[in-house]
Design a protein around this ligand. Structure first.
Ligand code: ADP
Ligand code: ZN
Ligand code: ZN
Length: 746
């Protein structure tokens, strides 16, 4: 009997091994096994029971061992890995590595620990006798009696400084029980009390929530693959719907994966979910899964799922690879978030991968958002995804009105560039006197090399691509990074001839300084990448804000995700244009999403909220539609543009980046390669470029790029591109990266 194994040894080739008699019946498809390659041992995943095609069975070496008694990769994950390898043009070996926790790839043993608990009560008199005869034993016994549950033996030895013999003595007397258990480190356990707003009791659902839950329960019971888009305005109670769907799935005996964007995976969200899950399904513990877990924590969670001890995983993008057994429901919250896309190989999209995994398992994939991606929205419109809607905020609370501040007028009034408008300052001041709180957001996605007129708001666009052109300071040009079109940077605004046209950018620091200048008495804190990096500092600030010790919080919009601050009545967006005038066809979509999400942060408590948005282009569609949170209207207008230009979701987009020390050489090879692709895939792809990347040089390395537009299905085209790429004669000093369905174009 032989098996084909994917080695985890840095190359992509299926190798065959004999299954020794001792392992027959234990080795399965998906098992993690030890294999000899040349004269070293490696690990590998059993892919299939098959015989080698290119050499005789007798020459196959035997497997050297089986690591775990259960498959490390269930069949659906193995198939998912193969699909990802084809779809994202990435080596299978690397994908399998991504799916398995580091500790598993090192064949970590199932770590066990010994626990001690009192087995028999000792009458007081005998205790005193024990203390005389064997003081160390008495000390341990007395300690254990004070403990509500079993205690780790290691801890007892350490804390009480007794010898192991003392414990053995107690066990032999039958006074103490020793048991073995797999070691667990539960992530975020210390945060169980983090959320003050934890509502453990389930809410009575409103009609719309009930309708959504019934539809989902039907899907889960049917046990066939389906995708549902839960489109619910901010504060409409989507989380409640997720939780009920999870409850239904668990009751049906299924497993659940719940994905949230990494940034939203705050202790508060986790605590809230945990407590709600405990309330609806007390027997089920959710495994938490994200990038900053320690290797040991990750392993524990993985083992609990792989062995079926736990059936729910909550985590960021990579939780889509958690070995959940009998997966029946995959929830993707905030499905529009670009953070779902991984920006290193394998460059997979967490949402799309979730949909495919659900398909392989015959599970339900539930996508949720207040501002769905246009990809998902178009699929819902086409009837491919079932649409579930929550149109009302809980308790009919009003969505805050979005107040647009025209910065062109402000610039005129205040004579020159301003960071904060008079109206925003007045509104901040008003909150301060009322002892209410405010948040000021600065758009992190801001791209400093957009050129915009201070007077009329004009930003130059490429005549061929409908994206904002990028300002290159080095040679004073404006360039389109999609098609390469370029022109000299104007000294005066092409629209109004004002000389005040310059490149721009607003930092959190600048905003903080401006607020301090105008409101010296306000208590202000800033959250940006610096503070985000320091775990405790970030938490301290949030706790202080929640406790009312901070009046104004300044930060990037990312901090607001998943957070609920009832006393916040003013939210200001300092510079809406920063996300609009970026060279990305999704700029409008991102701006709309940003505005709606930011608005959703205001007025969550009993008081009405107010949102102020500063912009130089108040007439822009993204801004106008967001005033009334009119997603459908926005989507209709924006999809029309996408179709006209053939941008996603009308077609798939692929990005190919070429990096190297010599720009001429990059251009030459990119052009040669383009010809090769055009010859081979003429009708199937439309190419654009090659053109210099928007950031043309990073650390002395130049960057050129090529775009491919293809009609669905895209897998076959990617496979063909990967084949051509492998056969192409690339120079040694050229690195190239292919990104399928990229989400950040700059
Ligand atoms: P969303 O995710 O759609 O923005 P949430 O799920 O955070 O909204 O819900 C907003 C608030 O409303 C939460 O505090 C939640 O506990 C509460 N909530 C949800 N459903 C109900 C309900 N049926 N009755 C009362 N309160 C609810
Ligand atoms: Zn102008
Ligand atoms: Zn162009």
């Amino acid at each position: 009997m032989t098996v084909g194994v994917h080695p985890l040894a840095g190359f992509d080739k299926l190798l065959h091994y004999q299954v020794p008699v001792s392992l027959r019946g234990q080795v399965q498809v998906g098992s993690l096994v030890r294999i000899p390659i040349v004269n070293r041992f490696h690990l590998g995943i059993v892919a299939e029971f098959s015989e080698p095609k290119d050499f005789p069975v007798e020459r196959c070496k035997p497997l050297a061992g089986l690591v775990y008694p259960f498959p490390a990769m269930p069949p659906d994950l193995l198939r998912l890995a193969k699909w990802m390898s084809a779809y994202y043009a990435a080596p299978l070996e690397g994908i399998i590595e991504t799916m398995l926790p580091g500790a598993v790839r090192k064949a970590a043993s199932l770590k066990q620990e010994k626990l001690l608990a009192v087995a028999r009560e000792l009458p007081a008199g005998e205790q005193a006798a024990l203390a005389k005869r064997a003081p160390a034993q008495a000390k341990v016994y007395a300690f254990l009696r004070t403990q509500p549950r079993a205690v780790a033996k290691a801890l007892v030895l350490d804390r009480l400084a007794v010898s192991a013999a003392a414990i053995t003595g107690l066990v032999e007397r039958g006074l103490v029980r020793e048991e073995t258990r797999r070691v667990e480190r539960i992530a975020y356990d210390d945060d169980h009390a983090a959320g003050e707003h934890v509502a453990a009791r389930p809410h009575a659902l409103n009609d719309e929530q009930q309708a959504a839950v019934s539809a989902l329960a039907g899907d889960v019971q049917a046990g066939v693959f389906a995708v549902r888009l839960l489109f619910g305005v901010t504060g409409s109670g989507k989380t409640e719907v997720y939780l009920r769907a999870i409850q239904e799935t668990l009751a049906a005996g299924g497993g659940v994966a719940f994905l949230v964007p990494e940034v939203a995976l705050t202790p508060q969200t986790v605590a809230r979910l945990r407590s709600r899950l405990e309330a609806i399904a007390p027997d089920h513990r959710a495994v938490v899964w994200h990038s900053s877990l320690s290797e040991g924590e990750r392993l524990d969670g993985w083992l609990a799922l792989a062995t079926g001890e736990a059936r729910v995983v909550v985590g960021a993008r990579s939780a889509v690879f958690a070995p959940v057994q009998n997966l029946r429901l995959v929830v993707v919250d905030e499905e529009h978030e670009p953070a779902y896309k991984q920006d290193e190989t394998p460059r997979y999209h967490g949402r799309d991968t979730a949909i495919y995994r659900a398909k392989l398992c015959g599970a339900v994939c539930l996508l949720g958002s207040a501002t769905p991606s246009l990809e998902s929205w178009a699929n819902a419109q086409a009837g491919k995804y079932g649409l579930l809607q929550l149109t009302k905020r809980i308790d009919d609370r009003k969505l805050p009105f979005i107040d647009i501040v025209d910065m062109r007028v402000e610039a005129m009034k205040q004579r020159g560039a301003v960071t904060l408008s008079r109206r925003l300052i007045d509104a901040l001041h008003d909150r301060l006197t009322k002892r209410e709180q405010s948040i000021l957001f600065i758009n992190r996605r801001g791209y400093s090399s957009a050129m915009q007129c201070r007077k009329c708001g004009h930003a130059e666009e490429c005549p061929h691509c409908s994206v904002t052109m990028t300002y290159h300071r080095s040679d004073e040009t404006l360039r389109c990074h999609l098609c390469g079109h370029q022109r000299g940077a104007p000294a005066r605004c092409p629209a109004c001839a004002s000389p005040e046209i310059k490149w721009r950018g607003t930092g959190t620091q600048r905003v903080e300084e401006a607020v301090r200048r105008f409101l010296p008495k306000a208590r202000i804190e800033r959250i940006d990448t610096d503070t985000m990096g320091k775990k405790n500092r970030f938490r301290e600030i949030l706790a202080a804000f929640r406790a009312g010790r901070i009046d104004i919080l300044v930060g990037t919009q990312m901090i607001a995700k998943g957070l609920d601050f009832p006393n916040v009545t003013l939210v200001g967006l300092v510079d809406a244009d920063l996300s609009m005038h970026v060279p990305d066809f999704r700029a409008n979509e991102r701006t709309f999403q940003l505005l709606v999400q930011v608005a959703g942060r205001a007025g969550r408590g009993d008081r009405a909220g107010e949102v102020m948005v500063q912009t130089f282009t108040p007439e822009a569609g993204a801004i106008q539609f967001s005033r009334h949170a009119d997603f459908a209207g926005f989507a209709q207008a924006e999809l029309k543009v996408r179709r006209a230009f053939g941008y996603p979701p009308a077609r798939h987009l692929l990005h190919h980046l070429f990096r190297g020390p010599n720009p001429e050489k990059l251009r030459f090879y990119a052009e040669q390669w383009k010809k090769r692709v055009e010859d081979a895939l003429k009708e199937k792809v439309a190419l654009m470029g090659p053109a210099a990347a928007p950031i043309e040089k990073i650390q002395d390395e130049y960057r050129w790029q090529l775009w491919y537009f293809c009609n669905a299905p895209v897998t076959g085209i990617v496979v063909e591109l990967a084949r051509l790429r492998a056969a192409f004669e690339w120079p040694d000093d050229l690195v190239q990266v292919l990104d399928v369905d990229p989400v950040n174009l700059c």
